[in-house]
Ligand binder design. Structure first.
Ligand SMILES: Nc1ncnc2c1ncn2[C@@H]1O[C@H](COP(=O)(O)OP(=O)(O)O)[C@@H](O)[C@H]1O
Ligand SMILES: [Mg+2]
Length: 656
């Protein structure tokens, strides 16, 4: 919908049938305030911008909060000029929030930028988007800014300049839509100015510095007049009956006001009461959006006069609100005419400011009574103008906030400083999908993390296991060979298992298979842990001899790791059997021989092979070494079986 199109009030939002060919005539009443449902490809509903902003309130608020546009806006502080542009955003009031309004304006005071988020619908009236617009300024004030801060940066410096008494002229002008805080800010500035004015003109040392100042040393007289311009007529707000004043053409395009009352306050209190008196007489008219909306411009002239000469002039203008057509829908013809008049005066003002900011020699101030009354402020050399653009934060007033800010930027000639960006808004359904899409990914991430942790634990355990194994290997390597075992002192030799069971030492002197040595070293033979079995090399008689010798030495040493298997009753015909084929009795015997513990009933060799290292340690009453002997020994049994079978295969193939 074009921005100039007249939007209907929310309650009268249009629910029109789509013009699409063949669209069913399903029309939903907009009064329900519900979001338009997806009625299929042929139907859509049209709502004015305000209605759609309310209907999609949550989505717009979420998107505004998430948007990165505000954080990325460039610095917008304007360079010095005769025209200063200030922006002040008023707070969002509680009653506005209750009506469903939300904040669409953000102010970055550090960057002097004001960003307005325009909440709009695509032409399909289903998809939403945000149109961000950022405006530069001399200084921007947020809803948190205090009046004192605003004064210190705006009216304060102008007042100080005027009070130098060197004929300076300054204009402070409030511009903005009705209800945006023009009068609020102006009142605060007037109060602060009344306080400062007298101290500034009486300050010792300030007078007499300039040769331009006549009779320096005498504080000037303060002369105040307040004029209200409504339409083409003016009224004196300091006369009790708001007398109409007449304007006399000065020939140079300027005007002089005849019959206006001029007050000469002597103290801050008197000046303040003058301001208040004028304000109370200000013409106000109730409108749909602001019960005290001003329908006129209020021009307050503060002159500093010395010896009938004006040595300083500060003009404060509280402009009438720029009325919106839709807000004046219920107004009378007279009120609508007033609105048109206000707009034309604002336009004339705008033209003058543009010319002044651009340094043009011709200022078109003759176009309106208002600009003629402000002729001095536009034409005096060195004149300063400060405009405070006030804006409302509500979504309903978006277009007016943008209009106000665009206008003041054009007055200053900095339209190219304005930046805009479009951003699509996620619907609730899209947000839901995003969240449900994120959840599985998150779960995956968690699973991967736990797998990684598990892998780390396994790796740590394997390292631990390898270290222990290496320690045992080193220990074994440091033990003298079986042949010399008998010569070792008894204390250094492995002790036989105790039959009492009170102390059950584990024989660690097992004989792991060194990988770089043949499995069946000549003359010794590798004795299988399975009873009596050994790898045969050479003749059976020689092997028998070696086996007997080995058995004997094993008995002498108290039984080493494998020697303890002598006489076991579970040998196979070929002399070795794989642990997985062991019965419970065979497995029990093996375990008893190795770690002197009783295997639980029903556990056979196959089950035993499945025991982890940790389980072996637990089974051995947390005895790490015993657990390792058991776990490791089983695997060596398996290795041994494989080695024997390989040997057999080699023999069959005739390679040995
Ligand atoms: N910065 C602000 N802080 C608090 N209240 C504000 C502010 N600006 C405006 N208001 C309030 O908003 C309402 C409308 O302000 P007003 O100055 O009358 O608007 P305008 O003169 O632009 O029509 C008033 O009730 C005023 O007190
Ligand atoms: Mg006002």
């Amino acid at each position: 919908m074009a921005s100039g199109q007249r939007p209907a009030p929310r309650s009268q939002a249009l629910a029109r049938r789509s013009r699409s060919a063949g669209a069913p005539s399903r029309v939903k009443p907009a009064e329900t305030g519900e979001r338009p449902q997806d009625d299929g490809p042929c139907t859509r509903q049209n709502f004015d911008k305000r209605t759609s902003r309310f209907q999609n309130r949550n989505e717009f608020i979420a998107q505004i909060a998430e948007s990165s546009f505000y954080a990325k806006v460039p610095d917008g502080r304007l360079p010095r000029s005769a025209v200063h542009i200030y922006i002040r955003k008023r707070p969002l009031f509680g009653y506005e929030s209750q009506k469903g309004e939300y904040d669409v304006v953000k102010v970055d005071t550090a960057k002097a930028r004001c960003v307005v988020h325009n909440c709009l619908m695509h032409p399909d009236m289903r998809r939403m988007f945000l149109q961000h617009t950022s405006f530069p300024s001399t200084q921007a004030f947020s809803e948190l800014s205090q009046n004192a801060d605003v004064y210190a940066k705006t009216a304060g410096p102008l007042l100080q300049q005027v009070c130098r008494g060197e004929g300076d002229v300054a204009l402070l002008l409030m511009y903005g839509q009705t209800g945006s805080g023009k009068t609020f800010t102006m009142t605060a500035l007037e109060e602060a100015a009344s306080r400062d004015l007298f101290s500034a003109i009486r300050a010792p040392g300030t007078p007499g510095k300039s040769p331009k100042r006549p009779s320096a040393g005498q504080p000037p007289t303060v002369v105040v007049s307040v004029l209200e311009i409504a339409g083409r007529s003016g009224r004196d707000l300091l006369s009790p009956h708001r007398n109409e004043v007449s304007f006399v053409d000065m020939g140079d395009g300027g005007i002089q006001v005849h019959g206006i009352v001029e007050a000469t306050p002597q103290s801050p209190e008197q000046l303040l009461s003058v301001f208040q008196e004028a304000k109370s007489r200000r013409a106000t008219e109730s409108t749909a959006i602001n019960a005290t909306s001003s329908r006129s411009h209020c021009i307050t002239n503060i002159l500093l006069v010395r010896q009938n000469m004006i040595v300083g002039k500060l003009t404060l203008v509280d402009c009438a609100g720029s009325e919106r057509k839709e807000d004046s829908a219920h107004h009378t013809a007279q009120r609508r005419k007033e609105g048109a008049e206000i707009n034309s005066s604002i336009y004339a003002l705008k033209e003058c400011m543009r010319a002044m900011a651009s340094g043009a020699t011709h200022i078109p101030f003759r176009n309106h009574l208002l600009t003629r009354a402000l002729k001095d402020n536009f034409t005096t050399p060195g004149a300063q103008v400060a405009v405070i653009a006030t804006c409302s934060p509500t979504a309903t007033d978006t277009e007016h906030s943008i209009g106000t800010l665009r206008t003041v930027c054009s007055w200053r000639g900095v339209e190219d400083w304005i930046t805009t960006k479009k951003e699509d808004v996620l619907s609730q359904e899209q947000r839901r999908r995003l969240v449900t899409g994120v959840e599985p990914a998150f779960q995956n991430l968690k699973a991967n993390a736990s797998q990684a942790a598990k892998a780390e634990r396994v790796e740590a355990r394997a390292n631990d296991w390898m270290q222990k194994r290496k320690a045992l290997m080193d220990q074994k390597n440091s033990v003298p060979s079986e042949g010399s075992n008998a010569k070792r002192p008894a204390a250094s030799r492995p002790q036989p298992p105790s039959s009492s069971g009170a102390s059950r030492p584990v024989s660690l002197a097992f004989n792991p298979i060194p990988r770089d040595e043949p499995l069946t070293p000549k003359g010794a033979g590798y004795r299988s842990p399975v009873a009596g079995s050994r790898v045969r090399r050479g003749s059976a008689a020689a092997a028998n001899t070696r086996a007997t010798a080995s058995r004997d030495s094993t008995k002498a040493s108290g039984g080493d790791f494998f020697g303890g298997m002598q006489g076991m009753a579970y040998k196979k015909a070929d002399g070795v059997s794989h642990p997985k084929t062991w019965t419970h009795e065979q497995a029990s015997k093996w375990v008893m021989d190795r770690v002197h513990r009783k295997l639980p009933a029903g556990t056979d060799g196959k089950a035993l092979l499945r025991w982890s290292h940790a389980k072996c340690v637990t089974f051995c009453d947390k005895d790490e070494k015993a657990g390792l002997v058991m776990f490791n020994g089983l695997r060596l049994e398996v290795d041994h079986v494989a080695a024997v079978e390989k040997e057999k295969r080699q023999q069959i193939l005739g390679r040995k």
